[in-house]
Design a protein around this ligand. Sequence first.
Ligand SMILES: [Zn+2]
Length: 127
Amino acid sequence: MRMPVFWKCVNEDCQDDGVYNYKGLCRTCTQYDDKGKVVNAVARVKTTKEGTPLVSNKVETRKAVTLQDFKDFRRQNRRLTHKQVEALKAAQAHTLGQAQQDMPEDVSDTPIDTQVMPIGESLGEEE
Ligand SMILES: [Zn+2]
C-alpha cells in the first residue's frame, strides 16, 4: 500500500501553507505576467498529509532530501530490527542446530585420529 501523497509549497516566504492533494504550481509564489502566462513557476513538492516534504528527485533539494532519506532509512531499519532479529535468531538456531549435528562443537580440541581409522581403509572395509 502506498502512502497517499500530498502537495505543498515549501517556499519560506509563501503565505499559502495549505496542503493539496494534487500537484501544481503554487498560486501565491508563482509569478504570472499580465496575460496570465507563467513567468516564474514555483511548483509544490510532495509532502505527507501533515505537510512534511517527502523525497524529491529535484536536484536543488537533494542535500536536504539526503538527510531526510537517512532519517527515514534509520527509522525504517529500527522498525525492522525486531523482526530481523527474530528472523536472524531463528536462522542462527537452525544453522547452529545443523552445524552441531554435522561436526563436533570444537573441532580444534577433537583431533581426528587418522592412525586408527584412515579414510581410505574404512571405505575399503565397507566394500
Ligand atoms: Zn508558495
